[in-house]
Design a protein around this ligand. Sequence first.
Ligand SMILES: NC(=O)c1ccc[n+]([C@@H]2O[C@H](COP(=O)([O-])OP(=O)(O)OC[C@H]3O[C@@H](n4cnc5c(N)ncnc54)[C@H](O)[C@@H]3O)[C@@H](O)[C@H]2O)c1
Length: 364
Amino acid sequence: MPLAHPATTPDAATAHILAEETPDHERILVTTGARSGLTIIVAVHSTRLGQALGGARLWHYDHWTDALADALRLSRAMTLKNAAAGLARGGGKSVIRVPRGVTLTADERVAAMRDLGDAVESLGGAYMTAEDVGTSAELMAVVAERTEHVCGLPPEQGGVGEPADATAAGVLAGIRATVAELFGDADLSGRHLVISGLGQVGGRLARALAAEGARLTVTDVVDARRELAAELDADWVAPEDAHRVEADLFVPCGLGGVLSAEVIGELRVRAVVGAANNQLARRESASLLAERGILWAPDFVVNAGGVIYLDLASEPDADQAAIDARVATIGDTVRAVYREAAASGTTTLAAAERLARGRLDRAR
Ligand SMILES: NC(=O)c1ccc[n+]([C@@H]2O[C@H](COP(=O)([O-])OP(=O)(O)OC[C@H]3O[C@@H](n4cnc5c(N)ncnc54)[C@H](O)[C@@H]3O)[C@@H](O)[C@H]2O)c1
């Protein structure tokens, strides 16, 4: 995946994280790539449930401590995501910092991936890496030259490929569960959904929803995605206006941090369910959504299809039907989170975190 958005990290403001939060990670490796000269950070947050699994992000950061803050935050989120998905996997993440203003050549990218492979290998199996923003299945094949602790290589190289199909299937299961919760029936035909971001996941989701007869309003910052809108007979809205469309569900599938106080105040939907990581601009956003009576399916529950796929498909006896069934259980988890939030009078965020922490505590 090219570095298409060199402005800020795609799914959060990292400022102040280092100052505010003491790390509770098992291991944090900060190293300088011998070949690339780039700062590489591998954060292993928890291996309590098993080997940590989380992607490798290649991104622009002003300062290496911004990359560190991102790695700490993202690896912690992976612990919650993997636990909530019921995987025997801990949480970890790696970040390769590209200084702002620098564009890597193809050779420099390869050098960075070999350096990442050495860093992952040095952790002795505590952490397994995969693709994330700025990396790809092809680049994971380069990592595999240096370590076996990598998954998601291209199928033609014996790997399981990219996980977007499974991520989209998991989000669809979460959408069905939410529609059933709101309307007493999971039927999507005639339901109006607004999808913001028609990339790997959002594009697949749009096709699946259109096939189920849903009415779609869509947007993307890339104008060429209008072609998909036309093909699916979906309405197009400007990206900055998408959250103001009156509809049943808002489905964020672009960057994170979209649910700010201002955006929440302007939403005209009954629920928000989407693939984007770290949708809440601040933790308080979960309460603001609840106060407005808008149901929010926690992102780390809904978008776990990809990590479920990477984990299960990498097993030697992997069975696609079993993987599909497991991804579909995301709908059950979303329902359980809604029930728990209603019963205990908390936000869906708190309910989902409690579910994940319960699994971690039982593994002590
Ligand atoms: N790919 C996966 O399997 C996976 C798994 C878990 C979570 N996610 C998360 O889901 C989201 C989408 O992932 P993806 O793989 O489809 O990424 P992608 O880069 O393929 O697609 C993102 C799309 O969003 C668009 N976009 C960016 N900013 C936007 C904005 N402000 N308004 C509207 N559109 C905007 C981009 O142009 C792009 O088309 C990301 O937050 C990602 O972290 C993806």
